[in-house]
Design a protein around this ligand. Structure first.
Ligand SMILES: Cc1ncc(COP(=O)(O)O)c(C=O)c1O
Length: 400
């Protein structure tokens, strides 16, 4: 079938592909240790679910303002101010259909043919494809495990050229868990200001940071607004992945352009989900530290377990809920001498077929030699998965 050149520039999200493959096996009754999904395994908190039920009962089931109901835009600004020390007004806020949609819209209104967008690698799978779909070219810069995968301002500055339009950062990062410390973030902002480049800051994991890191937003810096696009999401912080509510905080003209785009595409985010998000923003956040404490416990177990496997190294992730071990020693030409697979894509397939462990190959994130394991799963399943990985890497099953 003839499709547009535009749609052929992008591919289906590799994380979605892995999850689909694991789901197929699970449907056949195969017991999979599943480290694939990038979503909380906790249910959405009760008070948020009840707000959605109330919204249905009160017939808030019609179109809303395209950019989201005003109380929600006000509540997002107030929440962001309280939690992350920013200073936005509702006219600088638009509600979108999840954080991915927020990014898609902001890139669509700012990036055009010939523009370059700097994306530190390892990167979240959707950034490069969203940029390509808009006609831009992703330019990847390196982050290093010895820096905790935090990108440096001088590395970004070196990559900036006349065509650079934007830098996209996520901190905490998916897939590495890397956190950009506030002083480095401010240096990156200064570089962006100097070169008149937009800084897009993806804060989807802002509230899942581990000691000594704390939730932080570059929007807390005075005079940052003109250069910064903040992307936020209800998905991770409030275990609301399926509700599809994200937001953009940005200069008014950019918000208006996004509303225009939404008015000709999605229209408003689902009315009921907006009322649930309103409760998330205004109500108790007691569930957040409870989830964080559990993630911290699992993080310790999975990182220690991975480190105990010969030939595997793993940094402590500073935030989010992913472990990102380096398994290059087990690939062809690797130092472990096991040569289990050519690359991590092949290795991930072997792990699913032979060891019944689902995870995402680093190749998908521009990180050959790495694997991403989501620890948003129970400690029992983590233990089981670690047992399977230990057996696999000791070659018993891989060679079978
Ligand atoms: C770094 C990052 N940004 C944004 C998103 C988008 O999340 P959502 O569209 O559910 O808000 C994700 C989801 O996995 C993510 O990992």
């Amino acid at each position: 079938m003839q499709l547009t050149e535009r749609i052929n520039r992008i591919q289906i999200s590799p994380t979605a592909a892995v999850i689909a493959e694991a789901e197929k096996l699970k449907a056949k009754g195969v017991d999979i240790a599943d480290f694939g999904p990038g979503e909380p395994d906790f249910p959405t908190p009760e008070h948020i679910k009840k707000a959605a039920i109330r919204a249905i009962e009160q017939n808030f089931t019609k179109y809303t303002a395209t950019g989201g109901i005003m109380p929600l835009r006000e509540a997002i600004c107030a929440w962001h101010k309280r939690e992350l020390k920013s200073n936005y007004e509702p006219k600088e806020c638009v509600v979108n259909v999840g954080g991915k949609h927020s990014i898609f819209n902001a890139v669509s209104v700012l990036v055009q043919q010939g523009d370059q967008v700097i994306i530190p690698a390892p990167y979240w799978v959707s950034y490069p494809d969203i940029v390509k779909y808009a006609g831009g070219t992703p330019i990847h810069v390196e982050t290093r495990p010895e820096d905790g995968f935090s990108v440096k301002a001088n590395v970004i500055e070196k990559a900036i050229g006349p065509k650079t339009r934007m830098v996209i950062l996520s901190s905490p990062n998916n897939p590495t868990g890397g956190v950009v410390p506030p002083d480095e973030y401010e240096r990156i902002l200064a570089v962006c200001k100097k070169h008149k480049v937009w800084l897009m800051s993806d804060e989807c994991y802002s509230h899942f940071t581990y000691h000594p890191h704390k939730p932080y937003s570059i929007a807390s810096v005075a005079d940052s607004k003109e250069h910064v696009v903040i992307i936020g999401s209800m998905s991770k912080t409030f275990a609301m992945t399926g509700w599809r509510i994200g937001y953009t905080l940005a200069p008014e003209a950019l918000v208006q352009a996004t509303v225009k785009l939404q008015s000709q595409s999605t229209s408003n985010p689902t009315s009921i989900a907006q009322y649930a998000a309103l409760e998330a923003m205004r109500g108790s956040m007691d569930s957040v530290p409870v989830m964080l404490a559990e993630y911290a416990r699992r993080r310790r177990r999975i990182v220690d377990g991975l480190r105990a496997i010969p030939g595997v190294t793993c940094e402590d992730p500073g935030g989010a809920f992913y472990a990102f071990p380096n398994v290059a020693a087990h690939l062809a030409n690797g130092t472990a001498g096991s040569a289990l697979a050519k690359n991590t894509t092949e290795l991930a397939k072997l792990l699913l077929d032979k060891a019944r462990v689902a995870l995402v190959p680093g190749d998908a994130f521009g990180a050959p030699g790495y694997l991403r394991l989501s620890y948003a799963t129970s400690i029992e399943r983590i233990e089981e998965g670690l047992r399977r990985l230990e057996r696999f890497f000791s070659r018993a099953e891989a060679a079978a």
